[in-house]
Design a protein around this ligand. Structure first.
Ligand code: GLA
Length: 385
């Protein structure tokens, strides 16, 4: 088990048992893509892949070991905690920023742990669009709060982790990933109103599972594509005279680009406005147990991400098309920021293996390799182990 592995990793590093162990899940977004930073509605679900963190006080310098990145960071947490800048994002020590960011934000709230030993073990695939970074940040915050014997609400933890991600790895992400990682309920998807941060837990359909397919095409939110989409969406809201595209209904979006708005920004806006409406419908479909309707909304979401938002890639399109053609699939789409990463299919649990085989066949025929995949139910959010 992950919690045993992280205890063992901590013991190996420090020679004694950790004081606290916490874990937090990665996520898939079922629908509501690229709308969290437009104050929209999103409907993610925590996956059965988690990051576990063991913490304890240290006598000398702080040490942090990551099994996944095969690295040990050593340094001091005395004074201001700053991001580690190594010139290249791909540098082995870049991962430590995801651990240091939450500690720096906690320090601003008066939570000072002194020097610590820390071990991290994870089975969330990194860089693959299932929010390995949010899992690490939320697990770190949960463990650090427990060590300091302090508490924060799940929403406060999400906000803190978002600030940490903006300031340390410096990716301009929205609030979705950390909110679901901190607040999810097992067996449920989480409807998040990204304007009010009101949460609604909606039961996942009985007998259904989500299959996650990793396209193997690596994206980094820091690469610029994500930031440029975000800028286009925020720019479109400004040109249309509103605070955020959440304020625009599909009916009130002009039928073509109005003067002052480029055609490409209008298409980006059309994705956002239609996606928010689709997510509201999908939440109602889930509440009513209408899985077929939910699936068709997922398919429509994918088409909009591919055609209007331009964040899909051929590998993801092949997975989505193949999954949709397989028996037992309710719907399929790109999940997460895009430019590669993962696709998901909502499937009948008893046919999940068949869907995977079908997708693999089509993918191998086109790209000569098999995408990594796994089936998952909806897990719970952060917890102490
Ligand atoms: C990434 C970001 C999220 C969200 C999605 C797109 O996962 O971290 O905040 O914007 O992309 O929906």
């Amino acid at each position: 088990m992950l919690s045993d592995r992280v205890r063992a990793a901590f013991y190996q590093m420090s020679g004694h048992a950790p004081t606290v162990v916490a874990s937090a899940p990665g996520r898939v977004n079922l629908i509501g893509e690229h709308v969290d930073y437009a104050d929209g509605l999103v409907l993610p679900m925590a996956i059965e892949r988690r990051t576990a963190i063991a913490l304890g006080p240290a006598t000398g310098r702080s040490r942090c070991a990551s099994a996944q990145f095969d690295g040990v960071w050593q340094g001091t947490l005395a004074g201001e905690i700053r991001p580690i800048r190594s010139g290249s994002d791909a540098a082995p020590e870049a991962w430590i920023n995801y651990a240091l960011g939450p500690l720096a934000e906690l320090r601003h709230l008066g939570v000072d742990l002194g020097e610590i030993d820390c071990a991290i073990v994870s089975d969330v695939p990194p860089g693959g669009g299932v929010s390995s970074s949010a899992a690490l940040e939320v697990a770190m915050t949960t463990a650090a709060l427990a060590l300091a014997q302090r508490t924060l609400s799940g929403i406060e933890i999400a906000r803190l982790c978002q600030r940490a991600e903006h300031r340390f790895p410096q990716t301009p992400c929205g609030i979705m990933d950390m909110t679901v990682s901190a607040n999810a309920r097992a067996g449920h998807a989480l409807l998040i109103d990204c304007r009010s941060l009101e949460l609604r837990h909606l039961p996942m359909p009985a007998g259904a599972q989500v299959v996650v397919f990793d396209s193997g095409v690596r994206h980094r939110l820091s690469d610029g594509g994500y930031a440029s989409r975000r800028a286009a969406v925020e720019g479109a809201a400004k040109s249309l005279g509103m605070k955020a595209l959440r304020d625009l209904s599909p009916e009130s979006l002009p039928a073509s680009a109005p003067v002052g708005l480029e055609a490409i920004s209008w298409r980006r806006a059309r994705h956002v406005v239609s996606e928010i409406a689709r997510t509201a419908c999908a939440a109602e479909a889930l509440a009513k147990g209408d899985t077929a309707r939910f699936g068709s909304l997922m398919n429509a979401s994918h088409a909009s991400l591919r055609d209007d938002f331009d964040v899909s890639v051929p590998e993801i399109d092949v997975i989505v098309e193949a999954a949709c053609a397989a028996e037992g699939t309710f719907g399929a789409r790109l999940t997460g920021g895009g430019f590669g990463g993962c696709a998901i299919a909502l499937v009948r649990a008893d046919l999940a293996e068949q869907v995977i085989e079908h997708v693999n066949r089509k993918f191998v025929a086109r790209f000569g390799r098999t995408p990594n995949s796994f089936a998952t139910g909806a897990d719970m959010g952060a917890r102490l182990e």
